[in-house]
Design a protein around this ligand. Structure first.
Ligand code: NAD
Length: 249
């Protein structure tokens, strides 16, 4: 297959964690991939090498802060110039800054909203334009069960941002229908760097409330992202929990 006829995915924040696993999942399925990183250049290029050699696809690496409009415009232009199409966008980049209420700063809250909400807004706005022009496309936003009904006071800013991602999902799904599908995955706990500070005792306790009894692997979230983006027929404007099941009694 010529590289230009391959489908193309952009995954934001994809040098590590769920983003990197998602890049591998799409590459395995024959996509050319756009790896976006903020700081982790080395890991982003290592991932490019890995997927290109393993799956015979083309990967490009682009540094961009998704919360900055200029960066997003440059990223989208670069992808369009290179591949001439964008079939799928995964809005994965996200941050959390967990503290007690006493220690929460407005500047941290704003940083979280800028990355987790404004980032999704900007990427969906500029990539959506291209998808509407090419008359097809699929967007998957990564929220969290924290954006639905799991409340931890130390992450109330993060929880609010992830509720915002759900709201943006509904708005863009309505705006872009019937040409572009917009869906949302809401993971529960996932074993990534985002949770590397948690101690073993805390993790053990949290696992007691998960029916499958453990945190998800990033690869498991990635498989669901690929399925909902590319395979799931007729599913649109939907929020899908991927949390292993919540213990209720
Ligand atoms: P991670 O910290 O391993 O990865 C997050 C990535 O986003 C990093 O590569 C980081 O550099 C990037 N990023 C941060 N700010 C950015 C910006 N402004 N521009 C571009 N990239 C930026 O975390 P993860 O667990 O892989 O998280 C991925 C997504 O999944 C996030 O949106 C997170 O909120 C969500 N999520 C994670 C969990 C979990 O338990 N790990 C649960 C639910 C939802």
């Amino acid at each position: 297959m010529s590289q230009l006829s391959r489908k193309v995915v952009i995954v934001t924040g994809s040098s590590i964690g769920i983003g990197a696993a998602t890049i591998k999942e799409f590459a395995k399925n024959g996509f050319n991939v756009v790896i976006n990183y903020l700081h982790n250049k080395e890991k982003a290029y290592a991932l490019k090498e890995e997927v290109e050699s393993k799956y015979n696809i083309e990967a490009i690496v682009i540094q961009a802060d998704v919360s900055k409009e200029e960066d997003v415009i440059n990223l989208v232009n670069e992808v369009q110039n290179k591949f001439k199409r964008i079939d799928c966008l995964v809005n994965n980049a996200g941050i959390a800054i967990d503290t007690t209420l006493e220690d929460k700063k407005v500047s941290d809250f704003q940083k979280i909203l800028n990355t987790n909400v404004i980032g999704v807004f900007l990427m969906s706005k500029y990539v959506g334009k291209i998808m509407l022009n090419q008359k097809e496309g699929s967007i998957v936003n990564i929220s969290s069960t924290n954006g639905i009904d799991t409340y931890y006071s130390y992450s109330m800013d993060y929880d609010a941002s992830k509720a915002g991602v759900i709201s943006l999902t509904h708005n863009f799904a309505n705006l872009y229908a019937p040409i572009v599908k917009v869906n949302c995955i809401a993971p529960g706990w996932v074993s990534t760097d985002m949770n590397k500070e948690l101690d073993e005792e805390y993790i053990k306790n949290e696992c007691k409330n998960i029916l499958l009894g453990r945190f998800a692997l990033p690869e498991e979230i990635a498989k669901n992202i690929f399925y909902i983006a590319m395979d799931a027929p007729y599913i649109n404007d939907t929020i899908i929990r991927v949390d292993g099941g919540v213990k209720r009694c």
